[in-house]
Design a protein. Structure first.
Length: 523
């Protein structure tokens, strides 16, 4: 029997996934996700787009410095400054560093986005790849919008890219427009028409605008692709990217259809990785999400339950334990010590600095006073909320809200800023509104809430309520996100709102934070 070909799993959660609005992660969160991706067994981590910002550069560099195992990749346009930044960011990974250069090739991209003729596109691609090869021999090239590129031109660009030294050719369905038949055909045609295509790795990169990202990725594998680009929970631009857990489990569960391929993913890490990503980026996992959703293995109909009890396979195509469900960990309680919290966090993929660990430990104690058990999901949410929030200009000292049927809610709040406590009392249309307006009295800011979501992290009446919100502080400025978790959703709302304020002050410059502290210190 011929041995199966390896399918390289290229995870782009930290690049295409993080790029989507509202999914921004902090550097420590990205590092925790990257470490867990290594444990999951992905082959390549696309850690970011180094030219995009100082923060992106730093986090790609930190991941390239500290995460061992997978290849670490940085994205670049076919522009020298981008390529040089990506080269410098992945350098600490040594032989395991990859640069991924991309350039639009479809007619619509050439004419309207780039204003360049075919010849010029080929020249730019060659020039970009040659530049990238000065940093590493491991070069991936993506003709962006490949699935809408004329096949003759696609073949011409791919041949030129291979001659220039690209070792992986990714053919993205950038707009999620292709059908599985079309996408698979494109791979077959490139493999048979482009000289050198069988000597490099062909890669898929599918977006989910028509809900076809996973189906398209599988069609490409059938047609000869040997790398799949995907993200945990399918997060990504617009409707997202192909979900890693779905691609991997489809290949494995239906190995009768894909007998020629195998991945190196440790499937028992899937659920844990999915939760870590969800906690880090603040995107809840839909209950009905395949493989990792809470309902993915919940059987509610009596007929199904009866069948499952008689023989699991009657209604279950995957053993839930294989993807990491069902392993009950002992939950923490208020009696758990710092070492127990640190060990659970480590198990969940987080290595925190002592000050961060102390902060999470204190929050666990506070929550443990009100809630019997602190589950892994509670911890992920606490860490997500804590390390997403930058240095605090304001912190919550106390909060009292009086409300009742037919009464206007009244909030009494004390905040700490510049080593002093500041008190205010205010009202609002609802309890949350009263809290935010009262906080505004102290800070002198006026936040306009553009998004507000609350979710129970675990089950039960004492569940931790996680609040995610976005606030705009000036008419034309971008909304700032804030997140927090507490057993009381009003407290959680206040903390999330403060997190957004602290972030706004941090992002709009230290000067304004200093000015605020000075003003409050000398009223
Ligand atoms: O969707 C896309 O085309 C991309 C490229 C950068 C590969 O994300
Ligand atoms: Zn993409």
């Amino acid at each position: 029997m011929a041995s199966a070909d390896k399918i390289y799993i290229f995870d782009t959660t930290l690049r295409d996934g993080e790029q989507c609005p509202g999914a921004a992660m902090t550097q420590p969160q990205k590092l925790a996700v990257a470490r867990q991706l290594a444990r999951l067994g992905v082959d390549i981590i696309e850690a970011g787009f180094p030219i995009a910002s100082r923060g992106d550069f730093e986090s790609v560099r930190e991941i390239a410095t500290t995460v061992r195992g997978p290849v670490i990749c940085g994205l670049a346009r076919c522009v020298h400054a981008d390529i040089d930044a990506a080269g410098a960011a992945v350098k600490p990974a040594g032989k395991k560093g990859r640069i991924h250069v991309f350039l639009g090739t479809s007619k619509i991209h050439r004419e309207f986005k780039l204003g360049k003729a075919r010849k010029e596109i080929v020249r730019l691609a060659i020039d970009g790849i040659r530049r990238a090869r000065k940093f590493t021999p491991n070069i991936e090239f993506s003709p962006e919008d490949a699935s809408r590129t004329e096949i003759d031109f696609l073949v011409e660009v791919v041949e030129a890219a291979i001659r220039a030294g690209a070792t992986t050719i990714n053919l993205p369905d950038t707009t999620g427009y292709a059908t599985p038949e079309e996408y698979g055909r494109m791979f077959s045609e490139v493999l048979s028409l482009a000289q050198g295509a069988s000597d490099v790795i062909l890669s898929t990169h599918c977006h989910n605008d028509l809900g076809l990202a996973v189906a398209n990725s599988l069609a490409a594998v059938q047609a000869g692709a040997r790398q799949v680009e995907c993200t945990l929970n399918g997060i990504g631009e617009r409707a997202g990217n192909a979900a890693l857990e779905e691609v991997v489990m489809a290949l494995r569960t239906r190995s009768d259809c894909y007998p020629h391929v195998t991945t190196g993913i440790h499937s028992r890490e899937l659920v844990r990785t999915s939760r870590l990503v969800s906690g880090a980026c603040g995107f809840p996992i839909p209950r009905n999400k395949a493989i990792v959703g809470l309902n993915a293995f919940a059987h509610s109909s009596g007929i199904h339950q009866d069948g499952i009890l008689k023989k699991r396979e009657t209604y279950e195509i995957i053993n839930p334990q294989i993807v990491g469900w069902g392993k009950t960990e002992l939950p923490l309680t208020k009696h758990s010590g710092r070492a127990a919290v640190a060990s659970r966090l480590k198990h969940l993929g987080y290595t925190l600095r002592p000050a961060e660990l102390q902060a999470i430990f204190s929050r666990c104690k506070e929550i443990g006073d009100r809630k019997k058990f602190i589950y892994d999901d509670d911890l992920v949410s606490l860490v997500g909320a804590h390390i997403q929030n930058p240095r605090e200009t304001y912190s919550l000292v106390s909060l009292h809200v009086h409300t009742g049927t037919g009464e206007k809610p009244l909030a009494e709040i004390a905040l700490r800023c510049a080593k002093q406590n500041h008190f205010a009392i205010g009202t609002g249309d609802g309890a949350v509104d009263a809290v935010m307006k009262t906080i505004d009295q102290i800070t002198g800011l006026q936040g306009h809430l553009t998004e507000y979501q609350v979710r129970a992290v675990t089950e039960g009446k004492d569940a931790v309520g996680e609040v995610s919100l976005s606030v705009r502080f000036r008419a034309k400025s971008e909304a700032v996100a804030g997140r927090s978790a507490a057993t009381d959703v009003i407290e959680s709302s206040a903390r999330a709102y403060l997190a957004a304020i602290n972030r706004w002050l941090a992002e709009s410059g230290r000067a304004s934070a200093k000015k605020t502290r000075r003003a409050l210190a000398n009223p």
